[in-house]
Write a protein that binds this ligand. Structure first.
Ligand code: ATP
Ligand code: MG
Length: 379
């Protein structure tokens, strides 16, 4: 039985690795060339896209920015999971905001603009500290600009003036001073059964995820319930099948949704070692119509993204509980090259292990590691 994934990067690769023991073969589509490839070896298949669509039992995506014609072609097969509406809501910040507002889900105050001159009115309404996001094709902090003071407005307008804002509007958000970022990764099967992983705490560097810790420390029942209620509202509205991730900002006791990801998510990579069934396997189980696996946590786990760097010693594997997942990509600045999962029996133990890892991981590429190690030791 084969599963087809649109996109052939590390998420498709990790879905393929998780599918293998289940006797399921994952094929991937390179969305630029439309070739069908093996997501692990990257060898191009002789199968055409149409043949791969016909032979798949289920089709899914590894990221939401799929060319519209490809998404529609695949949707016509009736095998796409989650639905095209869910994927498009994740791909378009304007649709996403409408979805959140329609469901009365708290999110960041915002304005949508289709002309740079509308920025002045947005500043009037939201204040001068803003984060400006392209409504489509942004990820890892790309497609974002920041405004810190009104005096920067002319330069920002000049920078944005080359964009076609009628085609791709901008979502202007108030820059929030939240306490921390959390995410809920959960999975829903075709019969509406849901399983959640615990909230993960996510630390970003320059708009890109750097470290996740799960279960997030300092989460009470009320906060966890709030996150689950929001997840359920979204999953039910979208009649969702598969893994869905919801990113939150925590302000006091309130969670505001930052964005949703209709797919397996970087902040769920810790589940490969820290949970009974990982997010990749659970996504495949859900879309293939198999029973969901337990999401029970097996140990507190930290996930460290390896970004723009390939020159560290694999001797770091001598730190007990450390697991490397390497994506086999050519190194480029800001590119996610792999990740580490580190498991321990306690947060303090986790902190000590992160501390040991600082000897192998240069601070230049792992800027948050030392601080996070010290914080965890004191949880
Ligand atoms: P990713 O692909 O990593 O999820 P993205 O490009 O889709 O990122 P966002 O998640 O919207 O973009 O933003 C990236 C990060 O920028 C957030 O995780 C957060 O750290 C910061 N950020 C985004 N919006 C705001 C905001 N309104 N106020 C403060 N910080 C923000
Ligand atoms: Mg995000």
């Amino acid at each position: 039985m084969s599963i087809l994934i649109l996109g052939s990067g590390q998420l498709a690769r990790m879905m393929a690795l998780a599918s293998f023991p289940l006797g399921l073969q994952v094929r991937a589509v390179d969305v630029n060339t439309l070739e069908v490839v093996d997501p692990i070896s990257k060898i191009v298949s002789e199968q055409t896209l149409t043949q791969a669509i016909d032979s798949a039992v289920a089709i899914s995506v590894e990221f939401e920015h799929i060319p519209q014609d490809l998404l529609e072609k695949v949707n016509a097969s009736g095998k796409l999971k989650p639905s095209i509406e869910a994927i498009m809501a994740g791909a378009d910040r304007v649709k996403e905001k409408r979805l959140l507002s329609g469901l009365d889900i708290a999110n960041c105050p915002y304005q949508v603009i289709t002309h740079v001159e509308q920025l002045d009115a947005a500043v009037e309404l939201l204040g001068e500290k803003l984060i400006i996001k392209a409504s489509r094709d942004g990820y890892d902090g790309y497609g974002q600009w920041r405004l810190s003071a009104t005096s920067e407005l002319p330069a920002l307008k000049a920078q944005l003036s080359s964009l076609d804002l009628v085609k791709v509007p901008l979502v202007i958000e108030k820059m929030l001073h939240f306490e921390r970022e959390l995410s809920l990764v959960g999975v829903r099967d075709g019969k509406g059964k849901v399983a959640y992983y615990p909230l993960a705490e996510n630390l970003h560097h320059q708009g890109q995820l750097s470290v996740s810790v799960a279960p997030a420390p300092y989460v009470d029942e009320k906060l966890a319930e709030q996150a689950k209620t929001i997840f359920n509202k979204l999953a039910e509205e979208l009649d969702y099948v598969g893994v869905l991730a919801v990113e939150f900002f925590q302000l006091g006791e309130q969670l505001l949704v930052n964005e949703i990801a209709p797919r397996v998510h970087n902040s769920g990579h810790w589940t490969m070692q820290g949970a009974d069934t990982c997010q990749f396997e659970n996504h495949i189980r859900a879309i293939a119509g198999l029973p969901l696996g337990s999401t029970e946590v097996t140990s507190p786990t930290a996930m460290i993204n390896i970004v723009g760097c390939n020159d560290f010693s694999k001797e770091l594997l001598s730190v007990a509980g450390t697991h490397l997942h390497w994506y086999d990509k050519t190194v480029r600045p800001k590119r996610k090259m792999g990740h580490l999962n580190i498991c321990a029996n306690s947060y303090a133990g986790l902190g000590e292990k992160l501390q040991s890892l600082t000897a192998y991981l240069p601070a230049q590429h792992f800027p948050l590691l030392e601080k996070e190690a010290n914080r965890l030791i004191c949880v």
